[in-house]
Design a protein around this ligand. Structure first.
Ligand code: FES
Length: 161
């Protein structure tokens, strides 16, 4: 039986549980980072791949789609890889609709913060700031993407309750 311990077990209490029991008890919202199921990937109904739009409709400009009622922006990097990101910039929560993907970078049109299109990591201004300020710059949320059978599929995490 596979087992894992949960570092957020609460009050320093650690326990050993089977993987399934661990997720059921400790991660009811599906935030089961680092926990793998029997087939090597945790895959619940809430984390299934969702079909979105045809591949040819995804370009180098971020465009909005709704996935299970949730807005997501799809785009494409210069090397042809599809990406899916949260619809709002983490800086001042402004919409990123229509923002260009330049190379592998997303640039917010409002204050020109830039994010790595694949990881969501902030590139600017974080790189120019001292560590005491850089740690406050937030990353852009990204979603796993794959293209299959001419469609773009993304995987959402479960919505917080
Ligand atoms: S809102 Fe995007 S950089 Fe300020």
């Amino acid at each position: 039986m596979r087992s894992s311990y949960h570092p957020r077990g609460g009050g320093g209490r650690f326990h050993r549980l089977s993987t399934v029991e661990h997720v059921r008890r400790c991660c009811p919202r599906g935030y089961a980072r680092g926990v793998t199921g029997a087939e090597g990937r945790w895959n619940t109904a809430d984390m299934a791949w969702e079909r979105t739009v045809r591949s040819e409709d995804v370009t180098g400009v971020l465009s909005r789609v709704e996935v299970r009622g949730r807005p997501v922006l799809l785009g494409r990097t210069a090397d042809g890889r599809a990406i899916a990101v949260a619809p709002r910039c983490p800086h001042e929560n402004r919409p990123l609709d229509g923002a260009p993907v330049t190379g592998d970078e997303i640039s917010c049109p409002y204050h020109h913060y830039t994010y790595d299109a694949r990881t969501g990591e902030n590139r600017s201004p974080r790189a120019q700031l001292p560590p005491s300020l850089a740690c406050h710059v937030r990353d852009l949320r990204v979603y796993p993407v794959q293209e299959r059978d001419g469609w773009v599929w993304i995987r959402l995490r479960r919505l917080p309750r």
